[in-house]
Design a protein around this ligand. Structure first.
Ligand code: 6PG
Length: 259
């Protein structure tokens, strides 16, 4: 497992711009190598800002968006037009502006009445699309993640059974706040990605960022975000200065902000 790469930006706008450049670069590389770019999207305000920036970039010169395939790292168990739906957020900020075709979008069935059944349906769909029947593991080109103040990421929440899943790609889970019923990729499914990117901004995240990236106590090591360590892939943290303020390396100026 390689060490996380930290990229600290002055503010959320620069973070979104730098992350958007990376997404377009990774997309171009994946399409050049394999003819397609498979990315799992996250919910959350920081990922949302990235999507808006991506849609606004004149990126079609650098990447053929028609070759992108969009999956979801997690979803709330609500209909796709619900205000809390991650699909709806991506639809409004990314898919519609970039004119992404419905055949390129692989939505988690949040509206399904039985979340466990919906999780298994989505796993089957991923395995079919990636042509990776069990026990093979699909390999996303990119998984985008946010970070909650409790250390959750995707819809993997502290102390929940979803964290113990070692074999499945997708499970149902329970959030302690907001829409409780969720669907989420599992830790091993995320850790098989070629590149995993955390997008974290705001002063409210300073303490949890320090715990996840520099924590040594037992509970720090069991935080969901701490468990995200790609086996072979790259792990990149995009942070704004206020979210990174508690990091030792940030205080010592060891990470230049443009890195
Ligand atoms: C979700 C996300 C969740 C989110 C974090 C951070 O469905 O809400 O998957 O993991 O990324 O809660 O969200 P903010 O960036 O809004 O703090």
């Amino acid at each position: 497992m390689t060490a996380p790469e930290l990229r600290i930006m002055d503010d959320g706008t620069e973070l979104a711009r730098e992350a958007a450049d990376l997404v377009v670069w990774l997309g171009g590389e994946a399409i050049a190598a394999n003819g397609r770019f498979r990315v799992a999207l996250s919910g959350g305000t920081t990922p949302r800002t990235l999507y808006g920036t991506l849609a606004g970039l004149n990126s079609s010169r650098r990447m053929d968006w028609s070759k992108a395939e969009f999956f979801f790292g997690d979803e709330r168990c609500v209909p796709p037009d619900h205000p809390e739906s991650n699909f709806r957020m991506a639809q409004e900020t990314l898919f519609q502006p970039l004119r992404i075709g419905q055949q390129q979008i692989f939505r988690m069935p949040g509206e399904a009445p039985d979340p466990e059944r919906a999780a298994r349906q989505y796993e089957t769909m991923i395995r079919t699309q990636f042509e990776t029947p069990a026990p093979a593991w699909p390999c996303f080109d990119l998984v985008l993640l946010g970070l909650g103040e409790d250390g959750h990421t995707a819809s993997l929440f502290p102390g929940t059974p979803a964290l113990d899943e070692k074999d499945r790609l997708v499970v149902s889970s329970q959030s302690p706040k907001g829409v409780k019923a969720r669907l989420t990729l599992t830790v091993p499914a995320i850790n098989r990605a070629r590149t995993v990117v955390f997008l974290v901004s705001g002063a409210g995240k300073e303490a949890i960022v320090r715990s996840v990236l520099e924590g040594t106590k037992g509970e720090d090591r069991s935080l969901p975000a701490t468990m995200i360590r790609p086996a072979q892939g790259r792990l990149i943290w995009f942070l704004d200065r206020v979210a990174a303020a508690g990091l030792t390396i940030a205080k010592q100026g060891m990470v230049s902000h443009e890195e």
